[in-house]
Design a protein around this ligand. Structure first.
Ligand code: 5GP
Length: 163
């Protein structure tokens, strides 16, 4: 027969175990450790990290405390700007889960400012990010492609290609 002390002890051990599991789960999510296929840990030798460190040149079009924007080296549209956070984030997955509110607000605000500064307000533009293997991400530092200067219509092009 189990006495009261044994039952209480069992409940306490179970509670501790589940608290431990919860903490481990929260730690993983908060640290942004979710894996994104094709991207490992943040590597501060990636191309954009080198641009941020001033080790590689870039045609910078905008900069503030949290954000850097520069022209893509192989533009696919007359305007092709890459907008990146200065912090070390591999993709939208870790940025959205671990960046500070200031960083998130700063990058969204900068997007509008840059689109305006690049003269894209009237005719419009496309803004997109690739994440991991299926997204076709080739540089493992979060970046947004700002495309304009002529119709982008990438979704239409993909639909036509798939038909
Ligand atoms: P992703 O394919 O990862 O979405 O986009 C990476 C982008 O970075 C590509 O459009 C590519 O042309 C651009 N890129 C790669 N290396 C460099 C570089 O050294 N300088 C600049 N400015 N852009 C680069």
């Amino acid at each position: 027969m189990l006495n009261l002390t044994t039952i209480r002890l069992t409940i306490m051990i179970n509670k501790l175990f589940f608290t431990f599991l919860l903490l481990m789960f929260a730690r993983g999510s908060l640290a942004g450790s979710e894996t994104v296929s094709g991207i490992g840990e943040y590597d501060d030798n990636n191309t954009f990290a080198k641009i941020l460190q001033g080790k590689l040149p870039a045609n910078i079009v905008f900069e503030n405390e949290y954000v850097l924007a520069f022209e893509d080296i192989h533009p696919i549209k007359p305007v092709h700007v890459l907008i990146i956070p200065k912090g070390q984030y591999r993709s939208l997955i870790d940025f959205s889960s671990t960046a500070s509110d200031q960083e998130i607000i700063a990058i969204v605000k900068s997007m509008g400012k840059i689109a305006k500064a690049m003269g894209l307000t009237k005719d419009g533009f496309s803004l997109m990010t690739n994440s991991g293997h299926n997204g076709g991400q080739t540089v493992a530092h979060l970046h947004f492609h700002l495309l304009g200067g002529e119709p982008v219509h990438w979704e239409k092009a993909l639909r036509e290609k798939n038909n």
